[in-house]
Design a protein around this ligand. Sequence first.
Ligand code: ADP
Ligand code: MG
Length: 199
Amino acid sequence: MIEINDLRKTYHMGSVEVLALQGVSLHVEAGDFVAIMGASGSGKSTLLQLMGLLDTPDSGSYKLAGREVANLTQDEMASVRSGTLGFVFQQFNLLARTSAEENTALPLLYSESGVHTDPRLLLQQVGLGERMGHKPNEMSGGQQQRVAIARALVNNPRVVLADEPTGNLDSKSSEEIVGILEGLNSRGITVVMVTHEPD
Ligand code: ADP
Ligand code: MG
């Protein structure tokens, strides 16, 4: 599903160069559930952003479902992203003043294909059937992250990328979120998760 070879990324901040990725290679099979671990600042988020086609590498190869995607244009990246990838962030990144249902439906504004799952059904599946009209500030962190997962699923992705999805949650909510990700994986979705938690 994911075949990355010798991926490199340097950030330029004024005169300072930050070598975030110095030749990363990684293979993820379809249906895998992979954890990426490592010290803070070691490049995990950078790698996940490249995997999620949210940014482009300086060099190296990235094949997603057999297609080379390391050098796509912004429009091409957006198209591949919306048809293949779902992204879950540590900070949830929901729109404030916007209901759970509208947040879940947001990716549909950008998607070209008509293939999607009903946002209301997804919210029911993550246990928020009674909270569809709630705004982010009316929900717990665990509930907000469940909305974010529903949003990541609305375009029926083959791969879900999660960057420390439990990093801001208590242990009970963390278990629920990991349980949901395991459920997705058991349905055949490939999951790549950055985490600091060995268990
Ligand atoms: P991790 O997620 O493992 O903590 P990151 O991928 O966020 O690591 O960061 C890797 C390195 O790149 C760090 O030194 C970080 O400060 C730097 N970095 C990350 N994003 C940027 C950016 N947008 N601009 C400049 N430097 C960045
Ligand atoms: Mg990070």
